[in-house]
Design a protein around this ligand. Structure first.
Ligand code: ADP
Ligand code: ZN
Ligand code: ZN
Length: 675
């Protein structure tokens, strides 16, 4: 009888593998191999793990050794490349491999119901065999696009390419034509295209599908139903899908013949996972390209400073698209409205209102951008000074007028709006500040006949509603669109000639050093929604109006001049001077406890464990929003100018942290993006 010891990685916080005995059922049973999935007993449960090694013997006493229940034989084993990727991510982000690798697999595969798998395979086989990479409706590329596509196609081996193209310069067309050539060149090559948000995926997905009518495209994002996710994951894993389009989680998909990686809007914060394994999909994608020795394209109108820095130093090849692709479409004129001179009423200055009015008269669309949802960020009592504090968090409860609720955006607590002040009984409570709902109300009063639509996280809670709303904008059924960052990115709104930025100033003075980089990118992106077609006869020139108290601020000057390069140069100088990323590498240890003291005590203990040259261990401090849902939160920042030094420090530090006996919940984040 064939018998082996199988070493399995499981989805647990324990940083080691588990040994099981595998016994072949018959003489011709095939021995398990590395990369297969195994169903095994774990405590009282059955779980699916990943086979890491198959060996002859184990230190586990035979009385304690348990048997593998079954090996998943329906799918080909995961490749060494994929296992390496998971091992790298696990090592770099200081997590056990099982915790990284297993959540990457579709749930249906992990619960390992053979019936579900068989169904998924049947569904796959019904799809087109999909072998023709021929693209239809191909526009002739402009010269700069041509150069960019050629550079991508001719790249040899690992080649990171920064495609810096202004909004509307036709980056997508470059991606598609480069993709076509890759697919045509090698009969089984696969291409991965990463996009930041789910709400951007359908638009790109449908254009990819219509451009490649005979090619299987698999999408991967968190909005998929389990059955779909399983099918699409399998399509990628089996090589049937030649194009894999997905959000950040797709970077960890199994794509055995991956030959080209494209990261659209590479600067976008949503490439960073903010819970669980806090990885950067952009960084992992670049690592994956290096491991596979293939090109990776990072596209953006406003690259992250990290990527820009690599472009400057020559580590990334830089390609530029400086003009808009559509004939006669030009970048919108950006104007600053000084709110010290033009006093806003209900949040709007006269020039902004006049500009909207003009668009309404001409049947054109306007977009008003405000990155704050709700009606007002806080409710106040003018007679006693009461504020709508959340009782569970160090934050205010936001007034949501249509829903008639106070809502905490941190802990989701909801309360009815009080009729009178809870402290003094005053019945005249006032909303302070403005969110998208209040902007919407103000516009409705001014323009009662206009078709106004608000798109934010509140208006698009139902599945599919965001897409339905965006579709109605595309069909021209909306005159004025009000939105948060949800509408800022990627969308190709054809009838839009005005973008109004209602209140961007708060980000200038944020405690978060990345806030200005994000604001700049947001303004360029949202401004870039205007003027995507040529100016119509008798129509308006496209423009962006920014209401600000600080029209002299260099950030706004750079936005007015559409001068990313100048902004990036200044930002890099600032970061270098202040010893911040990308000149410094950071990790953040976060602690959560019932009391702030408890959290801080733990961090002080953590800070005193190790001394290391080249490593700066900062003072533990409370987080900006210290209490969330009655949990107190504090953090400890560890920094180094050398990434390897920081990594080797973390490797020694982690086991010591794990050995601390504490009730404090803690987690380590490598390369945090908000501090
Ligand atoms: P970006 O991703 O750089 O913001 P898009 O790829 O969305 O820009 O392109 C903007 C518009 O230009 C789209 O409507 C697209 O169809 C069009 N376009 C792109 N390339 C060309 C081209 N070579 N000729 C004509 N139109 C083009
Ligand atoms: Zn009061
Ligand atoms: Zn709260």
């Amino acid at each position: 009888m064939l018998q082996f010891i199988v070493q399995v990685a499981l989805d647990t916080p324990l940083d080691f593998y588990f040994d099981y005995r595998w016994v072949g059922e018959s003489a011709d049973s095939k021995a398990p191999v590395r990369g297969q999935l195994a169903r095994v007993p774990f405590g009282q449960r059955e779980v699916v793990g990943l086979v890491m090694a198959v060996k002859e013997s184990t230190d586990v006493p035979s009385g304690k050794l348990r048997d593998v229940i079954a090996i998943q034989e329906h799918i080909t084993p995961l490749t060494e490349d994929w296992l390496d990727l998971c091992a790298f991510a696990a090592g770099y982000y200081q997590r056990p491999l099982g915790e990284v690798a297993l959540p990457c697999l579709p749930k249906n595969l992990r619960v390992s119901k053979p019936a579900a798998l068989v169904r998924a395979f049947k569904a796959l086989d019904k799809e087109l065999p999909a072998h023709s990479p021929v693209m239809v409706n191909k526009p002739a590329l402009h010269e700069a696009q041509c150069k960019a596509a050629e550079a991508i196609v001719n790249a040899q081996g690992f080649a990171p390419i920064l495609l810096h193209g202004v909004t509307g310069s036709g980056k997508t067309e470059v991606y598609l034509q480069a993709t076509e050539q890759f697919l045509a060149h090698t009969h089984d090559a696969q291409v991965m295209i990463l996009v930041p948000e789910i709400n951007l995926t359908p638009q790109l997905e449908s254009s990819i599908r219509s451009r490649f009518p005979n090619m299987a495209v698999a999408t991967l994002h968190s909005g998929l139903a389990e059955g779909e996710r399983m099918r699409n994951w399998l399509a990628a894993h089996t090589g049937r899908a030649r194009i894999v389009l997905g959000t950040r989680l797709a970077v960890l998909a199994s794509i055995p013949k991956l030959s080209l990686i494209i990261i659209d809007e590479e600067h976008d914060p949503s490439y960073k996972q903010q819970e669980g394994l806090r990885y950067s999909a952009r960084d992992l994608a670049v690592w994956r390209a290096r491991q596979l020795n293939i090109p990776v394209v990072l596209g953006s109108a406003t690259p992250s400073v990290e990527s820009w820095q690599h472009g400057q130093s020559g580590r990334y090849q830089r390609l530029e698209l400086r003009e808009r692709a559509v004939k006669d479409a030009v970048l919108p004129a950006v104007r600053l409205i000084d709110t010290e001179k033009e006093r806003p009423q209900d949040g709007f200055t006269a020039p902004l209102i006049n500009a909207v009015k003009l668009r309404l008269e001409r049947g054109e669309q306007s977009l008003l951008f405000l990155n704050r949802r709700g009606y007002a960020p806080v409710l106040v009592c003018d007679s006693c000074g009461w504020l709508s504090n959340c009782m569970r968090c160090t934050s205010f409860m936001v007034l949501h007028k249509p829903e008639r609720r106070l809502r905490c955006h941190h802990c989701s607590l909801e309360l009815p709006i009080p009729r009178s002040c809870p402290t003094c009984g005053n019945t005249d409570l006032q909303p302070l500040g403005r969110g998208t709902q209040r902007i919407e109300e103000g516009l409705q009063q001014r323009f009662p006949d206009a078709r106004i639509l608000r798109i934010d996280a509140d208006s698009t809670r139902l599945k599919g509603s965001a897409q339905a709303a965006l579709d109605s904008v595309h069909r021209g059924e909306v005159d004025i669109l009000i939105g948060t960052q949800m509408v800022a990115k990627g969308h190709d709104f054809q009838g839009l000639t005005l973008v109004g930025i209602v209140n961007p100033d708060t980000a200038l003075f944020s405690h978060d050093y990345r806030a200005s980089e994000r604001l700049f990118a947001q303004l360029m992106q949202v401004g870039g929604r205007a003027g995507r077609t040529a100016q119509k006869e008798g129509g308006s020139a496209s423009e962006v109006l920014i209401q600000t108290r600080y029209p002299q601020h260099p950030l706004y000057a750079a936005v007015v001049a559409h001068d990313y390069d100048r902004f990036a140069a200044a930002l890099l100088e600032e970061r270098r001077y202040a010893a911040l990323p990308p000149f410094m590498y950071q990790s953040l240890l976060r602690a959560e406890a019932r009391s702030l003291e408890g959290a801080l005590d733990f961090l002080h203990q953590a800070a005193s464990l190790l001394q290391c040259p080249h490593i700066v261990i900062n003072e533990p401090i409370p987080m900006t929003v210290t209490r969330v849902a009655n949990v107190e939160r504090a953090q400890l920042l560890v920094e180094s100018a050398s990434r390897p030094a920081l990594q080797s420090f973390l490797k020694t530090w982690m086991p010591e942290l794990r050995a601390i006996k504490t009730s404090v919940k803690w987690q380590l984040e490598v390369d945090p993006v908000s501090i």
